[in-house]
Design a protein around this ligand. Structure first.
Ligand code: DGL
Length: 263
């Protein structure tokens, strides 16, 4: 796959911080990002509907981009569809699931917070993760529905005060529950790390899945030449209405990606 791009997908801009870290570790690889704006938000959909949406999106990506590897840079989509995608498509997939395992290993007081979408919070897959990797812990789950919408649509144009206000309900919930570790189980929430640090204080560890995901990509491509034959500029595509295009163009610039328009 040395010349085929590594494609990252999410319902919107959540996967971009994941892509950024992968690019830092693999600067010679070609990357493509796809924001599935047409179906945003994933976290408010039923599993079956979401599975169909993601299969269709991947089908389209396979036909148009011919990826070497696909990163499902979205906890909700990974929880719901990852095993089906692996069965259906003959390409390697890397998923993003809530980092319950490291939180369970490192939590001192056993009180862990999980901030995710409604779908991820409610899905039995998440209960299984907790049972397998944090069974002795008390995991307090919070569905950050408004936070996803905020990051997607308002993050780039909001002031620090506005962002702090938006995280305050979730932070209050976690402070009341005396957590010492917070798992960011939705890729959109990586944008809010500094604001959660400010509101939760330095005694709470904030954990996401970026490092694990990048290590897994490296493991899967270890037999390829790390150098792509031709390094192209990495591209950002969106799906859905062009009415929201200007927000995505700004994100593409922020992450140094070429604007590819609609997929
Ligand atoms: N970024 C996605 C996640 O990690 C979900 C956002 C959405 O609800 O669309 O779960």
């Amino acid at each position: 796959m040395s010349d085929n791009p590594i494609v990252f997908i999410d319902s919107g801009v959540g996967g971009l911080p994941y892509l950024k870290m992968a690019k830092q570790s693999l600067p010679e690889k070609n990357f493509v990002y796809v924001a599935d704006n047409k179906n945003f938000p994933y976290g408010e959909k039923h599993s079956l509907e979401l599975k169909k949406i993601i299969i269709k999106l991947i089908q389209n990506i396979v036909e148009k981009i011919d990826p070497g590897l696909i990163v499902i840079a979205c906890n909700t989509a990974s929880v719901v569809a990852l095993s089906t995608l692996r069965d259906k498509f003959g390409i390697p997939f890397v998923g993003v699931v809530p980092a319950i395992k490291p939180a369970g290993e490192y939590s001192g007081n056993g009180n862990i917070g999980l901030l995710a979408t409604r779908k991820t919070v409610e899905d039995p897959y998440t209960d299984k993760l907790i049972k397998n990797f944090a069974s002795g812990c008390n995991v307090k789950k919070y569905a950050g529905i408004d936070l996803v919408e905020f990051v997607e649509k308002k993050y780039l144009t909001s002031s620090e005060e506005e962002i702090l206000k938006v995280v305050s309900d979730a932070s209050g919930f976690f402070l009341d529950n005396r957590i010492d570790s917070l798992v960011l189980g939705c890729t959109h929430f990586v944008y809010l790390v500094d604001y959660f640090k400010q509101t939760l204080g330095s005694s709470v560890d904030i954990i996401d899945s970026r490092e694990g995901v990048v290590n897994q990509i490296i493991r899967l491509i270890k037999n390829d030449k790390l150098l792509s034959a031709t390094k192209n500029k990495d591209v950002f595509y969106m799906t859905g209405s062009q009415a929201e295009k200007s927000n995505y163009i700004k994100f593409a610039e922020e992450f140094n990606l070429l604007w590819g328009g609609n997929l």
